[in-house]
Ligand binder design. Structure first.
Ligand SMILES: Nc1ncnc2c1ncn2[C@@H]1O[C@H](COP(=O)(O)OP(=O)(O)OP(=O)(O)O)[C@@H](O)[C@H]1O
Ligand SMILES: [Mg+2]
Length: 332
């Protein structure tokens, strides 16, 4: 199998900020890579370099066998990009937006039109095709944006937070589109703040923090790094947590984690339901305080927390919003 994306020692500085500090990654042709990391980790910077919008200060990168600096023109013809913020022309209709992008990709007028119609149909926008994009909801813009990135049938597609701001139903629909593209053989590099999204769509993941790769592997490999099962309790009153920790510590295979504000106790354990039963019988006297209890395998959120010390953020901080409120009218 060949690699559709090869990144070696990528460095990018913005003044005193080192946004990328030697990033290496590869993406096998036809696969989906999830690029994860907290806000400011450098995800968008990777995407911008790979899509030729930005030149690196060090290292190199190839996309579809082409150097992103030397062969930038050819790279652009081979890729599709959906940026973190929708790049839709507000005053053009959905149809006109796609036709314009098609023309930018040098399709003939007839081709651009037929491709626009096809994509509007596919993204369920035919009914809104003749309305200016400024009347679209956030979810519709996002769909139009992705449609635009597919106009040239790219072999490699970059999706920078493709579902941020979408409601759960639109997000599910978007996941289906992306999975279909991947099944059709498109190589996809996807950044996301939704770890469930990466879990569903990505064959492999790379986690970056402060411009450095801190972990890589399949979802299962990453979860295995974080450890096994946890016994989790939510209680009515956080005051009982220290007593519970003392009572149950002997069951834990690693440090128990107490979340006072969330009134939760998480206990890394080995073993299954019998540990749960044992814990409950041990707690007999204080069981009335327990509002929820369960045995849980680590998910990617746990992985992310363990690796970066932060929970995955869903929203973009205000000071990082783009100048234009492009996502206004979204479905948040
Ligand atoms: N044009 C720029 N000028 C100055 N600093 C920049 C520029 N672009 C990015 N940075 C800085 O580089 C670092 C990486 O930014 P980047 O946008 O790649 O992060 P990200 O992982 O995409 O974050 P987010 O999850 O918030 O989208 C940040 O510290 C950011 O402030
Ligand atoms: Mg970003």
């Amino acid at each position: 199998m060949t690699d559709a994306i090869v990144v070696e020692g990528l460095v990018k500085r913005f003044g005193a900020t080192t946004a990328l500090d030697g990033v290496d990654l590869t993406v096998t042709e036809g696969s989906v890579l999830g690029l994860l990391g907290p806000n400011g980790a450098g995800k968008t910077t990777v995407v911008r370099i790979l899509s030729t919008l930005l030149e690196p200060d060090g290292g190199h990168a190839q996309v579809a066998g082409l150097d992103v600096v030397r062969d930038a023109h050819a790279v652009r013809a081979a890729i599709g990009l959906t940026g973190q913020y929708a790049a839709v022309d507000e005053y053009l209709t959905g149809y006109e937006n796609l036709e314009m992008v098609g023309r930018l990709y040098r399709l003939s007028k007839a081709e651009a039109r037929s491709r626009a119609g096809e994509l509007l149909e596919r993204f369920d926008l035919t009914g809104a095709a003749k309305r200016p994009a400024k009347t679209y909801s956030g979810g519709m813009r996002r769909r139009l944006d992705i449609a635009a990135s597919l106009i040239n049938r790219p072999r490699v597609l970059f999706l920078d937070e493709p579902t941020t701001g979408l409601d759960p139903r639109s997000r599910l629909a978007m996941w289906e589109f992306i999975a279909e593209l991947a099944d059709g053989g498109t190589t996809i590099l996807l950044t996301t703040q939704y770890l469930e999204e990466a879990d569903r769509l990505a064959d492999r993941m790379v986690v970056i923090d402060s411009g450095t790769v801190i972990a890589r592997g399949t979802a299962d490999e990453l979860k295995a790094q974080v450890g096994g099962q946890r016994l989790e309790f939510t209680v009515a009153d956080a005051a009982v947590l220290p007593g519970m920790v003392a009572e149950l510590r002997y069951l834990a295979v690693d440090e128990p984690h107490v979340d006072v504000a969330g009134r939760r106790l998480s206990l890394p354990v080995s073993g299954g339901a019998e540990v749960l039963a044992e814990a409950l019988s041990r707690l007999d006297g204080s069981v009335a305080q327990i509002v929820d209890v369960g045995l849980r395998r680590p998910d990617l959120d746990d992985v992310f927390l363990a690796l970066t010390g932060r929970v995955a953020e869903e929203a973009v901080p205000d000071d990082e919003q783009p100048a234009e409120p492009v996502a206004a009218g979204g479905n948040r």
